[in-house]
Design a protein around this ligand. Structure first.
Ligand SMILES: NC(=O)c1ccc[n+]([C@@H]2O[C@H](COP(=O)([O-])OP(=O)(O)OC[C@H]3O[C@@H](n4cnc5c(N)ncnc54)[C@H](O)[C@@H]3O)[C@@H](O)[C@H]2O)c1
Length: 251
């Protein structure tokens, strides 16, 4: 498929995990991809992987918590690649703990990357998307957005992403801009690998499909939501989680 021929897709947190899988997928479908990440070394390696498909790509070291860096990045992408069709707000971190043990730093770090970072990028992207009369914003929530033990900071950030997405959908609706969120379950990435092993096994056993997801499962959802034909879908949260968010799975 060449659904993304002529389209420019900007992805944050693109150096590994879901961001990298999406970069590979969008590039495979013809997109020019703009990859941003705070980790320069891993981003360079990722660019090498994406370049193997002969994709047009650029990389920028960007910390999404810094609105100045984000604004300059979006300006460079639109100036040098000519347009900005898709923004994928993917960068996120976890600093899990019970509420009484979450430090100020753990709180702010998670909110700053996952929520404020997404806001910085959406705000910067809105201008060029409005001028084009076309845009797709896909932001990353999590199955945790409904509440999850030991993740007050992360849940607050991800629930914030849902609220932000629904509001962006309203504000973009008359300008051809859609905004949707993906709520992944347990997906095999370095983030999941960083979780405590026994907690991860317990959670995996709660997945009705009894397995974790692949980054490609998420890339599939993103490539659909960000596509031109999906233009009447806006403000939704798409669960991609093997059924875990359905609830009780006794078997
Ligand atoms: N993997 C899962 O099971 C899972 C489940 C639910 C939601 N998510 C969400 O999906 C998104 C991607 O997760 P992942 O598993 O690929 O994570 P990951 O940790 O493997 O990758 C995240 C990337 O974001 C980058 N990043 C971190 N801080 C940044 C910053 N300030 N500016 C720019 N880039 C930054 C990291 O360098 C890294 O490359 C996150 O928003 C995460 O919360 C993941």
């Amino acid at each position: 498929m060449n659904r993304y021929q002529g389209r420019v897709v900007a992805i944050t947190g693109a150096a590994q995990g879901l961001g990298l899988a999406m970069a590979i997928r969008f590039a495979a479908e013809g997109a020019t991809v703009a990859l941003a990440d705070v980790n320069e070394q891993v981003l360079t390696d990722a660019a090498g992987t994406v370049a193997e498909s002969h994709a047009r790509l650029r990389t920028d070291v960007v910390d999404v918590t810094d609105s100045g860096q984000v604004g300059a990045w979006i300006d460079r992408v639109t100036a040098e690649l000519g347009r900005l069709d898709v923004l994928v707000n993917n960068a996120g971190i976890i600093r899990d703990n019970r509420v009484e043990d979450i430090t100020d730093d753990d709180w702010h770090a998670v909110i700053d990357v996952s929520l404020t970072g997404g806001f910085h990028c959406a705000r910067a992207a809105f201008g060029p998307m409005k001028r084009q009369g076309y845009g797709r914003i896909v932001s990353f929530a999590s199955m945790s957005w409904r509440g999850n033990f030991g993740q007050t900071n992360y849940v607050a950030a991800k629930a914030g992403i849902v609220g932000m997405t629904r509001t962006l959908a309203l504000e973009g609706a008359r300008d051809g801009i859609t905004a949707n969120a993906i709520a992944p379950g347990l997906i095999d990435t370095p983030m999941l690998a960083s979780m405590n092993g026994s907690a991860r096994d317990k959670l995996t056993n709660k997945v009705p499909m009894r397995r974790t997801g692949r980054p490609e499962d998420i890339a599939e959802a993103a490539a659909f939501l960000a596509s031109e034909p999906a233009g009447y879908i806006t403000g939704v949260v798409l669960d991609v989680d093997g059924g875990i968010s359905i609830g009780s799975s006794i078997r």
